[in-house]
Design a protein around this ligand. Structure first.
Ligand SMILES: [Fe+2]
Length: 311
């Protein structure tokens, strides 16, 4: 499947039926002309995740590429950036493993609209990233469940338990993990988002939940968990998931408004390092036209004010 834009030199080919496409013809530095950016935005809207092989980018190059899609966030609301690159977040297994399904930084009012990951050090086996199409998940819901989900709102917070059971850690690991959690939660955020988000560019509806969604507004914890688990099972259906096996020198761009992702912990603690740069996003809007709202935590140091972003 080739891009239909006649003025772009890019070739865009699907990787699976429901999610993911590979982009070729962009060159190792991903230096893009305006028609290329238009073609990539259209491809991102359609495929949700775009992969580029054989890129040759440094931190500045990755930031320049992400800026084609809008103003950047800083690296993270609470986790420090790479030295000298204020919008680059090190994603390093030394600092913890994101082996849980999530959408990036949904605990703030306007989470990033898109994320880029660039591979630097990749283990000889494993370490794949799973990316799921949350719009396909929504379409898979039986109509009564879809109608029900349209009415729900969920509280997202960064104050959550990581998946690794504490008993399995030795003392040094437990201490390191405690320090990382203290940094991650040094500002506590709580934001209420619609469970079904309407994509501002396409009008497409997608499930907007993931690991930071802790409870459904108005429901007790037990019922909240059961409903989130039920909906999440549609997101993580194998048909909705791209499994990307990294090699060094690759870049993946995904639409953080309508996907979830998961870093598989299957590489025996070998070194794994990616750098992440995210593009500032808008305030989510639900099926009823209402916007998300913040309960606690100011993220103005992290993301430009909603509405100030580029198109
Ligand atoms: Fe992530």
């Amino acid at each position: 499947m080739t891009s239909t834009a006649s003025t772009t030199r890019l070739d865009i080919r699907k990787l699976t039926a429901r999610i993911g496409a590979e982009v070729t013809g962009a060159g190792p530095e991903l230096d893009l002309a305006p028609p290329d950016v238009t073609a990539l935005r259209a491809a991102l809207n359609e495929h949700k995740a775009l992969v580029f092989r054989d890129v040759s980018l440094d931190d500045e190059g990755q930031q320049r590429f992400a800026r084609y899609f809008g103003e950047l966030t800083t690296a993270h609301p609470t986790v420090p950036a790479v030295a000298g690159a204020p919008s680059v977040l090190p994603v390093d297994n030394e600092r913890g493993k994101a082996n849980h399904w999530h959408t990036d930084v949904t605990f703030v009012l306007n989470p990033p609209q898109a994320s880029t990951l660039r591979s630097i050090t990749i283990p000889p086996y494993g370490g794949e990233t799973l990316i799921a199409n949350a719009a396909a998940a929504y379409r898979d819901l039986p109509v009564p469940l879809r109608d029900f989900a349209d009415t729900l709102w969920a509280v997202h917070t960064n104050d959550f338990d990581y998946a690794v059971p504490k008993e399995s850690l030795d003392d040094a690991e437990r201490e390191r993990k405690r320090e990382q959690e203290a940094i991650f939660t040094s500002i506590r955020y709580e934001t209420v988002h619609p469970v079904v988000r309407v994509h501002p560019l396409t009008g497409e509806r997608g499930l907007f939940i993931g690991g930071f969604a802790r409870r459904i507004v108005g429901l007790p914890d037990g019922e909240s968990r059961d409903i989130l688990r039920l909906l999440q099972a549609y997101v993580t259906r194998p048909e909705n998931v791209l499994r990307w096996s990294w090699e060094p020198g690759q870049l993946v761009l995904f639409d953080n408004r309508i996907t979830q992702h998961y870093a598989i912990d299957n590489y025996d603690d070998l070194p794994r390092r990616l750098n992440r740069v995210t593009v500032a996003g808008d305030i989510p809007v639900g099926a009823d036209g209402k916007e998300s709202y913040s309960i606690r935590g100011d993220a103005s140091h992290y993301s430009p004010a909603p509405g100030a972003r580029a198109a």
